[in-house]
Design a protein around this ligand. Sequence first.
Ligand code: IMP
Ligand code: MG
Length: 178
Amino acid sequence: MSDIKIHDKIFEPFISKAKIAEGVKKVAAEINRDYAGKNPLLLGILNGSFIFAADLFRELEIEAEISFIKLVSYKGTSSTGNVVTSIGLEEQLADRHIIIVEDIIDTGKTLHSFMPELQNRKPASLKIATFLTKPDALKYPVKADYNVFEIEHKFVVGYGLDYDGLGRNIPELYILKA
Ligand code: IMP
Ligand code: MG
């Protein structure tokens, strides 16, 4: 694997396809164990999570369902700043075991704003599975229950994650070259 250029920036190989597959399998095994007989509903957050969600879902051997939502963030009129709301969330969440599937928790802002909307629908349980976390970037109290990789506070692309629209189709993870 060698460096790649996306738009104006150079990225270097970071996590291989094999390592990713191994990590996803591990998290899937935890979910298989924790949710047997519970028919969890995985809720993938678009766009970034679609690759991880598909791979994770295929590794589940228990009864499970999946759906996707898109979060729209806009400036609220109040001083609270950005408001995050979802489109396409038609499923009944009451009394369901929900697992949010994210590509990355960076500052935590997105999920911190969105979790109350889900809690309001009275799920039986609500957990978070994320492909990546950047602990040094975290600014909001969001904790992943399932996490494939913790990474340093640097920009990454590939495996569903983009840099300005590009790079989502790269099967490995690349990191911004210093
Ligand atoms: P948060 O709300 O700050 O946690 O940001 C989450 C969103 O920011 C993710 O769902 C990504 O779309 C985007 N993001 C954060 N860090 C990266 C990165 O390193 N590469 C690509 N997208 C990122
Ligand atoms: Mg993005």
